[in-house]
Design a protein around this ligand. Structure first.
Ligand code: FES
Length: 317
């Protein structure tokens, strides 16, 4: 994948756990254009390995002189978010991928209901710019633990005005999902990004209320989970790769110098799919891409998030 060199132009501590990073091209030229909901992958060399983490682009898609991302420091970080918080400083050069949009706004929708939980607000920050520019009706529902820990509330109030609805859990404010999704005009689409229980709740509520499947959208990138170490044999490349506990299979394959495809690195897009030729104990599927029967067949795996349950895998790569 072609990478772009960017310089860290600014870093702002937005909340105790969230930092906002601004990237520019070193020569001051424009960055590639993108649409609301796009993400980039940031590559970081640290501790003798390369972390590649996806982050949503937050700024206005019409302003490509800089890219903006926000990174929440994860409690159980394998290193990527901790490194971004502790070691990345203004003036550093980083490598990023071109933007890819796996969370697009439906062009034919008459109204958009955007539902964010915590750091899940980030993809909506660029989407609302597109919606405002197009003059399409929308509501942004933003739920968080407390106002003290919530990022970008003031900016969103200015930007969205009466289209913004906030819910601070510690203030006893709750989003009535059933009520919200019960009375929407025909042609409304709903989008959700946030913690898994929230995403599941929105999808199930909308389905139970009879919303058409094509009008329910979610972004649910996963961080690769930590697991037991195992070995991967790559049949075509004819090499064996060790996958340590704290590394994803995709990262281990890349570290061995083998080219592997990816887009989201979060178990959503399907781009990294590999054929499984042999396994000795089953597969630990974590992705949202394969169907249940494909998972049960153990013939395919998404190496960005999934692992082996046994000690050894033979892959068609
Ligand atoms: S890179 Fe998207 S599912 Fe693995």
């Amino acid at each position: 994948m072609n990478m772009i060199d960017v310089k860290v132009a600014a870093i702002k501590q937005v909340t105790p756990l969230i930092k906002h990073f601004t990237f520019v091209k070193e020569d001051g030229s424009e960055l590639p254009s993108f649409s609301g909901g796009s993400h980039i992958v940031v590559a970081l060399d640290a501790d003798g390995r390369t972390y590649r983490n996806p982050y949503s682009l937050m700024g206005s898609p019409t302003e490509t002189d800089a890219y903006h991302i926000s990174v929440r420091r994860q409690e159980n970080s394998r290193g990527g978010s901790a490194f971004m918080h502790e070691n990345v400083s203004v003036g550093m050069t980083l490598k990023i991928t071109h933007p890819v949009n796996l969370f697009t706004l439906a062009k034919m929708a008459h109204k958009h209901i955007l539902i964010a939980g915590g750091i899940g607000i980030t993809p909506f920050m660029s989407q609302i710019e597109d919606l405002k520019r197009l003059g399409v009706e929308y509501e942004l529902h933003y739920a968080f633990r407390s106002y003290a820990q919530a990022a970008f509330v003031d900016e969103l109030k200015k930007s969205c005005g009466s289209s913004l609805y906030c819910y601070g859990d510690s203030d006893g404010e709750r989003l009535d999902m059933q009520g919200l999704l019960s009375w929407q005009p025909l042609g409304t689409h709903v989008y959700v990004c946030g913690p898994s229980p929230m995403v599941v709740s929105v999808i199930e509520t909308a389905r139970n209320l009879g919303w058409p499947e094509h009008s329910i959208h979610n972004e649910q990138f996963l961080s690769p989970p930590v697991g037991e170490p195992f070995k991967v044999q790559l049949a075509k490349s004819e090499i064996e790769v060790e996958v340590p506990a704290e590394m994803s299979m995709l990262e281990a394959i890349e570290a061995a110098g083998v080219k592997a495809e990816y887009l989201c690195r979060g178990g959503v897009c399907g781009r990294c799919e590999l054929g499984v030729l042999e396994h000795d104990g089953g597969l630990e599927h974590h992705d949202h891409f394969l169907t249940e029967s494909e998972k049960a067949s153990c013939r395919k795996i998404m190496p960005c998030v999934s692992r082996s349950k046994g000690k050894r895998l033979l892959l068609d790569l």
